[in-house]
Design a binder for this molecule. Structure first.
Ligand code: NAI
Ligand code: MG
Length: 354
């Protein structure tokens, strides 16, 4: 038998995605070499340039081509001259839905050398499990009487027993391997159909699970508690919309959007999962070589974990943490290093000859 090879689709996308993805690929290759495996990267030049040339973010057979790979490594998509609904619904959301990536996993913790704007957040260490394919982000609804006084818009949230059960079960399993606390985010006092259903199914799913405690909290109280007591959480499970908002809030408490990673998981592994930073294409700093590659590197470490390479994953995290602790920082963290200098330092920690 030959050495292990992981076959990865790479979509760098737009803006700083084209800067941080190559930086992360270089470091992931170094980690692989240290652990006796390798990557076969296939780059897809999809995103806003493709949209300008062909009127679509990816070709019609794009999803089929992605499906052949073990995982998808994504930068970011989005450009100021193209509506975000086109970029989002033309690439990201079809990938998440077609590949049933129903868990959006977002670990949030404070890193060495990344000060939090919130007092007492130094030991924050939580994971947000966001439902990623249904809920409030639905295509059910419509807009009528456009431009007339009677104009109206309706958008239906869709929650299914299957959808809630599987995301709650994932959160419970994750918590069982951590500190055993699942915080379920709800709004059952105001949203009277879907949210009581969410509460019921989460309770049923977690009932009788050894080593897992369930607490539930209203989303508005949750927003306040995250700021006032960011260390009070372990695993947070939330609907698509609530999870989206709370993960930006938690990421801000951790210090910078530039360091936050995210995994879109198909836990059954029937389809490839997708790994990306939380941040977008950052057109305001694109092309300046100033982007922080940590979010992309950390997303790469999550991909290594998913591929069954936990030792290499731990190496990548240890490498960027050591560089941050050394005081090498990009401007978003108050430093003066560019993407290249930061990445060079990480590469040296991963064994690249200077
Ligand atoms: P953004 O995350 O791109 O930028 C927000 C702010 O954070 C900017 O000031 C940016 O310079 C800074 N920032 C973000 N990542 C950074 C990094 N790695 N290093 C240093 N600074 C960083 O969010 P924004 O501006 O709202 O969106 C820009 C475009 O990206 C839009 O078209 C949006 O739709 C898209 N977007 C795409 C996402 C994705 O592909 N998953 C996620 C979020 C936004
Ligand atoms: Mg978001």
């Amino acid at each position: 038998t030959g050495a292990r090879v992981h076959d990865i689709a790479v979509v760098a996308g737009d803006g700083i995605g084209r800067e941080v993805v190559p930086a992360a690929v270089r470091c992931l290759d170094l980690a692989a070499a240290r652990h006796g495996f390798s990557f076969a990267w296939t780059e897809y030049d999809w995103g806003s340039d493709h949209y300008r040339r062909h009127g679509a973010m990816m070709p019609p057979d794009g999803l089929d081509r992605l499906h052949a790979h073990d995982a998808i490594f994504l930068g970011a998509v989005g450009a100021p001259d193209i509506p975000d609904t086109e970029t989002l619904w033309g690439l990201l959301i079809p990938i998440r839905r077609r590949f049933s990536q129903y868990v959006n996993l977002r670990p949030v913790r404070t890193l060495p050398g990344v000060p939090s704007p919130v007092r007492g957040a130094e030991t924050m260490d939580l994971v947000i499990v966001r439902e990623n394919v249904e809920g409030e982000y639905s295509e059910v609804g419509g807009r009528i009487y456009r431009g007339e006084p009677a104009e109206a818009a309706i958008q239906e949230a869709v929650f299914t027993r299957t959808g809630i059960t599987r995301v709650a079960a994932f959160a419970a399993e994750l918590a069982a391997g951590r500190h055993g606390l699942v915080t379920s985010v709800t709004k059952s006092n105001g949203i009277v159909h879907t949210m009581p259903f969410w509460d019921e199914v989460v309770e049923q799913t977690l009932a009788g699970r050894a080593g897992v405690r369930l607490e539930k909290i209203l989303v508005d109280a949750m927003a306040a508690k995250l700021v006032l007591a960011p260390t009070a959480f372990d695993v947070i499970v939330a609907s698509n919309l609530f999870g989206d908002i709370l993960s930006d809030l938690a990421g801000a408490i951790a210090g910078s959007i530039g360091v936050a990673p995210s995994a879109n998981l198909n836990p059954e592994r029937d389809h490839p999962s997708m790994f990306e930073p939380v941040h977008g294409s950052a057109p305001d700093i694109a092309g300046k070589g100033a982007a922080n590659p940590v979010g992309q590197l950390w997303a790469g470490a999550m991909m290594l974990d998913h591929l069954g390479e936990p030792a290499a994953a731990a190496d990548v995290v240890a490498a960027f943490e050591a560089v941050l602790a050394d005081g090498v920082r990009t401007p978003d963290l108050g430093g003066t290093s560019g993407t290249a200098e930061f990445t060079d330092a990480v590469a040296r920690h991963l064994g690249e000859a200077p």
